[in-house]
Structure formats: C-alpha cells, structure tokens
Design a protein around this ligand. Structure first.
Ligand code: ADP
Length: 477
C-alpha cells in the first residue's frame, strides 16, 4: 500500500510513488510513498494559507490537547516507531527508540508551552499610555528536513510551529519518509483541523524548490547541507521571508594531557562514530595534546576493535550501516583523500560484509592529520575521524576554532581552568566538557555559529523567537 501525502486534510496518492529501502538490508523495502509534485506543493501551501486565520486564533486548550495527544501516542508506540526509524535510516534500535522518545518529549514540552504563552505590559515614556508586547504567529511555515534524524528534527520544527499558531507545509527527506508520515498521521488523528499541517513527500529540487519559490510561505526552517541552505537563504531574501538554517559541522573534540583517558576515549568514540557518524554534532576532528597523544591513539584503537558494526535491528549492534550508497561513496572517497593528503589510516575504513546486503563500513581513524587537510576542513558525515596532534591547550583552542563551522565543540580535561576558558572561547553554539559533542537535550537551545547555522535557536523556549513575531501595541488610558 502506498502511503499518501496529506493536503488540506485529504490523503492524496498522486501519480508516482517511491520506495523506502532499508540500508541494513537493501532487499527489504520499508514501504512505498506517494511522490508529491510541484502542483501538490502549491495546493498544500494554499491549504495552509486558508487554514491560518482560524488556527492562529484557536484556543490554547485545543492546541495543547492535540500536541499532548501526539506526545502520548508517540511515547506509547516508541518501540514500533523506533524500529521503523532504525529500519529506514540505519541507526541502531536503541538509537532509534531513543530518538522517538525525544520526539515524544518535544511534543509534550510544546503542549505545555501552549499554556504558558505570555507577553509584557510596560508603561510608555509618555504619561497615561500603556504598552503591550505580544507574540503572534508568523503565518505559513515551510519545514524542510534531512534524513539523519527522521523523527526528532520534524518534531522539533512541527511542534513549536503548531504551538504558536502557525500552519505548516512539511517536506521530509526522500530517504526517510516513514517516520515523518507516522507523525503526520498521529497529529492528523489527534484532531488538527484540515490544512493546518500538510505533508508533501518528494524531491528537494521539485517540492522543496516549489516551497522556496512561493510568496505564500512566510517562514522556512531548514536542516540539511550548506549548499541547499544557501538556496533557502537566497530565495527567502527574494521573498522577504524569515528563515532559519541548520547546516554542516566540523566539530572539534579536544583532549588535553590532564584528561581522564577513559572518559576522553568514550566521549570521542561516541562523538565520532555513534549513529554512524551521521550527526551534525558528530566530531571528526580529535585535537590531542602531545603528552597524551600516543596513549589516546592506542586506547582508541583498542576501543574501536570492539565496536560491533552490523544490521541496525540486530541485538548487540553498536554501529549501524551508512544510510545509502551515495553517502557510502562519499565516506570512502574521503578516506582515499585523507591517505593522498598524507594522513595515516590507523584503524578501520574497510567495507564490511554482513548476512544481508547493506552499506557497512568499519569506522575509520586517521592519525598524523593536519587541520589544513580536506578531511579536517570538509564535512564527511560518516564514521571517519582524524587525530590532530598539538603542543598545548592554546594551540588546541586555536585549531578547534580554525574552521568555517561552529555548531558544537568538546573538550576532555580535569582542569577547571581550561574547561572554563574553553566554554568561554570555543566559537560554537554548543560546548561539551568531558561529554560527547552530540547529545543535546530536547528542552534546551540547539544551534550554531558561523557557516553552521543562521537565525535564532531551535528547541526549548528559544524556539518562540523563530515561530512568532513580536507586536508592540499602545493604548491611551
Ligand atoms: P543532505 O545532504 O542532508 O541530504 P540536502 O540539503 O540535500 O542535504 O537535503 C536536505 C533537505 O533539503 C531534503 O529534504 C532535500 O530534499 C531538501 N532539498 C534539496 N534540494 C532542495 C532545493 N533545491 N530546494 C528545497 N529543498 C531542497
């Protein structure tokens, strides 16, 4: 059965369908999904526009009830939805279920935010005049998401958009339509009026582009590649619309001589290789001071030997497959580039055969890398990391910040002085001390600086900044 697009409250099949393939077993078809056309995207935008006046004035209890019901259903079905996610994306079952729980928590958080909408009342500088400052919804929000967090990223964009009274046109990544379809189905059954949330699954160049080109989308929130992010930005400037971008990262993880070696290795392995290195917050630059360098590299090698790379759904798997063939080719191309550039491939990097045909890659660690190499400057987005040797903390900080990106940054140290200095001076939106560079909670701001992000933060109370517009109103008393 083909899962359909949701446009103006109707499930629409369209004329074409595409397949969702399991990267752990390419013979396993997860499902078939209707491919939306540019025409469908325009119909979805028109429906969202028509639904906006009523939804933007809907009661907070109605919005609260829908988001709360959605949270409850996602959490009740976490095992089933987590399995679907792991099957379509390839992260391990534990990671898939964990991400699903996070999506449920996000809907629960924004259900609560509906009940806490507030403004400010100030006296004017002129006597007998009052000023009210309120937040109003922005209008029709376009949501474009990537494949690496198939349920959490849609959740952290859809939940605040609806909470603050916006209507939505949502385009998920083509590689992972299953989780997106499931949350749209849940929200629809939870009682959303028609047209408030529209799902258009399809190609970025067709459906996404139709969204970028529409004057009726008032804000676009995008997570994906830097190249597409630029297109979103340029089109948004053209239409004078609000936009928010989350793009690449080349996140550093610094290990100082005084680090607890076990803590450093655990955090580095998690940062570099968990979720198959396919997180925007993954670390691919391990910047290590001289005194601990050799012990750190040896301990990483030992730890990496024990990593179980296999079918995402198999019990005991720690690293699932790469998401698809083109990403696998990108990873192996970068491994070849690293070697040509003169870095030493110390561990891993081979393609692996498992019981089923899938995109299995042994996590790879380069040593003797420099920060000038392409493997240190460009986002690989796979289980490939390099160790860059530095003299001391000062050099480590300089190298950590010497990148066009600025999403997340980590350090392993037992020194309060260095930890404090690093938190203040790391040029990143998120900083982790003795913790992996990835793993930001559902209720705190997520986002970066420099070429990683544009616009205000996602998640938590900070999300209100993007999904609302502020009004200042005066009354003569
Ligand atoms: P990734 O490398 O993570 O797939 P992309 O930027 O290609 O990054 O994709 C992220 C999202 O952007 C996907 O949903 C994709 O379909 C969409 N997209 C790709 N090209 C365009 C485009 N020209 N306009 C709008 N969206 C696009």
């Amino acid at each position: 059965m083909v899962q359909k697009n949701l446009i103006d409250g109707e499930w629409i099949a369209g004329s074409e369908a595409f397949r969702n393939i399991n990267p752990s077993d390419t013979n396993d078809v997860v499902g078939e999904y209707a491919r939306a056309s540019a025409e469908d995207a325009r119909a979805a935008i028109a429906a969202a526009k028509a639904a906006f006046p009523a939804w933007s004035r809907s009661g907070i209890l109605e919005r609260h009830a829908i988001l709360r019901k959605t949270a409850d259903e996602i959490l009740a079905r976490k095992d089933e939805l987590g399995k679907l996610l792991s099957r379509e994306e390839g992260k391990t079952l534990a990671e898939g279920i964990g991400e699903t729980v996070r999506a449920g928590q996000i809907f629960d958080f924004f259900a609560g935010e509906c009940l806490r909408l507030a403004g400010e009342v100030l006296p004017s500088a002129r006597p007998n005049i009052g000023v009210e400052i309120t937040r109003e919804p922005v209008g029709v929000v376009g949501i474009i998401t990537p494949w690496n967090f198939p349920i959490a990223i849609p959740a952290w964009k859809i939940a605040p958009a609806l909470c603050y009274g916006n209507t939505v046109v949502f385009k998920p990544a083509e590689l992972v339509p299953g989780s997106s379809w499931a949350i749209v189905d849940i929200l629809n059954r939870a009682g959303l009026p028609k047209g408030v949330l529209n799902l258009v699954m399809g190609k970025g160049s067709v459906v996404g582009q139709a969204m970028l080109d529409s004057p009726d989308i008032h804000a676009i929130t995008f997570t994906g590649s830097t190249g597409t992010g630029k297109r979103v930005a340029l089109a948004s400037v053209e239409h004078n619309r609000k936009y928010q971008l989350e793009m690449g990262g080349k996140n550093p993880f610094v290990v100082l001589d005084d680090a607890d070696l076990a803590v450093a290795v655990e955090a580095a392995v998690n940062s570099a290789f968990f979720s198959t290195g396919q997180r925007c917050t993954a670390s691919s630059r391990l910047i290590v001071t001289e005194g601990i360098h050799d012990r750190f590299v040896a301990a990483m090698g030992e730890r990496m030997k024990g990593l179980v790379v296999d079918d995402a759904l198999k019990a005991g798997t720690q690293i699932g497959p790469v998401v698809d063939e083109s990403q696998l080719n990108q990873d192996t191309d970068y491994i070849a580039i690293g070697r040509q550039e003169g870095a030493k491939l110390a561990f891993g990097g081979e393609l692996l055969k498992r019981d089923t045909p899938g995109f299995y890659l042994q996590p790879a660690l380069f040593t003797e890398a420099t920060n000038a190499m392409r493997i240190s400057r460009e986002e690989i987005f796979g289980p490939v990391a390099s160790v860059i040797r530095v003299k001391d903390y000062d050099e480590a900080l300089t190298v950590a910040n010497d990148t066009p990106f600025g999403l997340s940054s980590g350090i392993a140290t037992t020194s309060l002085k260095y930890a404090t200095h690093f938190k203040r001076n790391a040029e990143a939106g998120m900083v982790m001390v003795n913790l992996p560079t990835a793993g930001v909670d559902f209720h705190v701001p997520f986002g970066g600086r420099k070429s990683s992000s544009h616009g205000s933060r996602e998640q938590g109370r900070y999300a209100a900044e993007f999904y609302t517009t502020v009004k200042t109103a005066y009354t003569l008393a």
